[in-house]
Design a protein around this ligand. Structure first.
Ligand code: SF4
Length: 99
């Protein structure tokens, strides 16, 4: 099992709001282990077992080794629809709702 990422050691998770996804695939270029474009042309997160998670609001853990790539995805996402949040209290740390 991969070690999960965290700010100050906190576990993080990421989800995508497909309603705003433009399908450009930037996130997949940054972190193909975490994001994937489906045949509908929208990006989804994948489970640690590489399964595409298509339930709206589905989250997946952010592996420590991919934190920078996932954070950069959230910053560069043209749809502002990648949300990275703490598992413990669901506070967003990267993405459009981060402080
Ligand atoms: S970077 Fe954002 S808008 Fe682009 S495919 Fe990924 S989630 Fe969708």
């Amino acid at each position: 099992m991969q070690q999960e990422a965290g700010v100050d050691g906190e576990a993080l998770e990421v989800w995508i709001d497909q309603d705003l996804c433009t399908g450009d695939g930037i996130c997949v270029q940054y972190a193909p282990e975490v994001f994937e474009l489906d045949i509908d042309g929208l990006a989804y997160v994948k489970s640690p077992g590489d399964e595409l998670l298509q339930t709206p609001g589905a989250t997946t853990p952010v592996p420590l080794t991919l934190l920078r790539d996932v954070a950069d995805s959230a910053k560069e996402c043209p749809g502002d629809c990648i949300h990275v949040r703490r598992v413990s209290d669901s506070v967003e740390v990267y993405g459009p709702d981060a402080e």
